[in-house]
Design a protein around this ligand. Structure first.
Ligand code: PLP
Length: 423
């Protein structure tokens, strides 16, 4: 049967009620599950039969949301995590351990940069950062026999760099390496990374997936594309896991996903909460509709800002002037998301005056939900840095980050125009 369209999957995937069951998944707010027969429970533990035994490993409400996201990405399995950061952490630890190294794009979300640059090195995992705009030959020089994966973001937060999938997946394939892609700001509606060579796809579902800034969550999708069997780079997939009944993950249909759940979710307990899975499942019903509006609004606003005399520059890939326009047309043809950055023509005081004059668009550190919001890094998240340091960090003092919501575009433009007039 032909695969349903993404619009249909958003609404229908993940939950098919049996006769008399609730039409939408219930919130299964229970840590544990009843078994009258100890053998039936043992079979669940041994993964011989499907079933729930403890919500630290799996929970029916979380399963429903996992099913929806796996369907949207065309993946073999998905694992719901407590947050986007826990998803990145668990995905990394499923593949890498002490003595290993990983390749991470330097244009990633700050939390991911800290995790790979500071925290994982303390566990003996070395991170080699690369410039995603660098040539393949230079990036490849960082790979050795201990490299376990490459990670990059489809649309990088906050630099809005669009990933050149052909280049990066070409490197991963050439070296028999897993390619992990954080698809948070694109979502499967704008880009399905599996189609461009990604093996593992990660989300902070706290963003567009849930969409309303109501629930934290993360998701790891195993595309089911990577063959670990006999690959000398991944011995941990090819020897029995004594901590899990001697399972050899490479022999399973879902190798990465099973190892991630059986070892990492089990041992860290960083699974998504049932309540958050429920909220996120409902939010995701409207993902396709919302993304269409986010993109339409953002493209209109980017064009307005680009022509405004008080705006020095705008970074948004729909603009022909944007460095990543061509790449975006290849991988994000339906729209380029709701995130952009622009520079006020003036100093930090002018930026402050602009921010304070906005009436509809609020100042927040969050991004990618239905309400438009802005952040001025130089006076908030990056305020400890000097002007020179700000430039070095790629966050000039006049940079404003704008997350475009789904309000009426003309109302948003009027708010921006008014605030710009006030400076
Ligand atoms: C691209 C990206 N990945 C991961 C994260 C982390 O997600 P969370 O805040 O849900 O832990 C974020 C958060 O902003 C993000 O933008």
């Amino acid at each position: 049967m032909k695969e349903h369209s993404l619009d249909t999957l958003c609404v229908q995937a993940g939950w098919k009620p049996a006769t008399g069951e609730s039409r939408i998944p219930g919130i299964c707010q229970s840590t544990t599950f009843f078994y009258g027969d100890s053998r039936a429970m043992a079979d669940c533990f041994d993964l011989k039969s499907d079933g729930y035994f403890y919500s630290r490993l799996a929970n029916p409400t979380v399963t429903a949301f996992e099913g929806k996201v796996a369907a949207l990405d065309g993946g073999a399995a998905a694992i719901g995590c407590a947050s986007g950061m826990s998803a990145v952490t668990l995905a990394a630890l499923t593949l890498a351990g002490s003595g290993d190294n990983i390749l991470c794009s330097q244009a990633v979300y700050g939390g991911t940069f800290n995790l790979f640059g500071t925290t994982l090195p303390k566990l003996g995992i070395e991170c080699r950062f690369f410039d995603p705009d660098d040539g393949a030959e230079n990036i490849e020089k960082l790979i050795d026999g201990k490299t376990k994966f490459i990670i990059a973001e489809t649309i990088a937060n906050p630099s809005i760099i669009v990933l050149d999938f052909a280049k990066i997946s070409g490197i991963a394939k050439k070296h028999g390496l897993v390619l992990m892609v954080d698809n948070t700001l694109a979502t499967p509606i704008l880009c399905r990374p599996k189609e461009f060579g990604a093996d593992i796809i990660i989300y902070s579902t706290s963003k567009y997936m849930e969409g309303h800034a109501a629930a934290l969550g993360g998701m790891i999708v195993d595309a089911g594309t990577f063959n670990f069997k006999g690959n000398p780079r991944y011995p941990a997939f090819n020897v029995p896991d004594e901590s899990y009944h001697g399972l050899v993950y490479a022999d399973l249909a879902v190798s990465f996903g099973t190892k991630c759940r059986a070892q990492l979710i089990r041992d860290t307990g960083a699974i998504m909460a049932p309540m958050n899975a429920y909220i996120s499942f409902l939010g995701c019903d409207t993902l396709a509709l919302r993304m269409e509006r986010h993109c339409k609004n953002a493209a209109k606003i980017a064009a307005f800002l680009e022509n405004h005399p008080k705006v020095a520059w705008v970074k948004y890939p729909s603009l022909k002037s944007n460095k990543y326009h061509e790449t975006a047309m290849k991988y994000l043809p339906a729209g380029q998301g709701g995130m952009m950055s622009f520079g006020i023509d003036g100093d930090i005081e002018k930026c402050r005056a602009f921010m304070e004059s906005l009436k509809l668009i609020t100042q927040e550190t969050h991004v990618a939900d239905v309400r438009s919001c802005v952040l001025h890094p130089a006076s908030t998240t990056h305020r400890q840095l000097s002007e020179h340091e700000l430039e070095m960090a790629g966050v000039p003092a006049n940079l404003v980050r704008l997350s475009v919501g789904i309000e009426d575009a003309d109302d948003l433009i009027a708010d921006l125009d008014n605030a710009l007039k006030n400076i």
